[in-house]
Design a protein around this ligand. Structure first.
Ligand code: ADP
Ligand code: MG
Length: 264
């Protein structure tokens, strides 16, 4: 019946229009977020710099006037607290610097990187304390030979960090929280990759098809933004690779990143 089919067509068009509107809204939100990130990083770096300069000067003067073996316990306390402020501002400075690098990431830059080494370094520098403090067991199954991929080291570290943070958050309430990090090469050796698996609660089926969409989060607004996996997905695409989800046999979630080992 022609009228029905015309009606159906209209319904389809209406649906498509609504979907496009949602996509547009999300693209706007993302662009806005990028702008905000850059502005905040810029604005915050100045006060951080000032705090650091003020504590440095105070520490310096204090040490000059009252040498470290001063018998007054209050001085020891003040030294200690000032040094703590210094370390924390240094940490903030690094976070902001990372943020800025991220904002100006040059996704076109790629080079040959040893995947095993990059993963180990990221764990060591960013995640070691979290693993220790939360009693998380880390099982590393890395290829014995250096595993070279053609990628951007900064993006690669971001992707890895996003997946690892999600894994850590997913196993918070487990009795024996475990994360597996595995590297592998493909059979025809023009691809290599890594897998991050955990023994958390895994992923409910209804979330699977929306997993890589922006703002898809099952966490409270303080804990989750729903942007991590979306960004990771885009970054893997920029690197001409693939990001897939796979249930972990032990019950949790698993994410697989596959990257080219040659210029593509
Ligand atoms: N390792 C994991 N185990 C279980 N669920 C996960 C895991 N990683 C991601 N998810 C699910 O995917 C959602 C989106 O993840 P993400 O994009 O990083 O956003 P966020 O972590 O801010 O919620 C999470 O809210 C969670 O429901
Ligand atoms: Mg996340």
């Amino acid at each position: 019946m022609p009228t029905l089919s015309a009606q159906q067509q209209i319904a389809t068009l209406e649906r498509e229009k609504a979907e496009l509107r949602v996509e547009l809204e999300q693209a706007r939100k993302l662009a806005y977020l990028g702008m905000m990130a850059t502005t905040v990083a810029h604005e915050v770096s100045q006060p951080i710099h000032n705090i650091k300069a003020a504590t440095d000067v105070t520490l310096h003067r204090l040490k000059k006037k009252y040498p470290f073996d001063s018998t007054e316990p209050i001085f020891e306390h003040i030294y200690h607290q000032l040094e703590l402020i210094n370390r924390q501002t240094e940490r903030l400075r690094k976070i902001i610097e990372n943020f800025r690098q991220f904002a100006r990431w040059n996704k076109n830059h790629r080079e040959f990187i040893n995947l095993n080494q990059l993963l180990e370094q990221t764990i060591e520098t960013i995640f070691a304390a979290q693993f220790r403090n939360n009693n998380i067991k880390l099982v590393q199954q890395l290829e014995s030979e250096p595993l070279m991929v053609y990628a951007n080291p900064f993006l690669l570290q971001e992707i890895f960090s996003i997946l690892l943070s999600n894994a850590i958050e997913a196993i918070e309430t487990q009795k024996l929280p475990t994360v597996w990090v595995t590297t592998f090469r493909s059979l025809n050796s023009n691809e290599a990759g890594f897998r991050i698996e955990d023994n958390g609660s895994g992923l409910a089926p209804e979330y699977r098809q929306h997993l890589f969409e922006p703002f898809m989060s099952t966490k409270t607004t303080e804990k989750g933004t729903g942007l991590g996996l979306h960004l990771a997905y885009q970054m893997v695409q920029d690197l001409k690779g693939r990001l897939n989800y796979q249930d972990h046999s032990g019950g949790g979630a698993g994410f697989i990143v596959i990257l080219p080992t040659e210029e593509r």
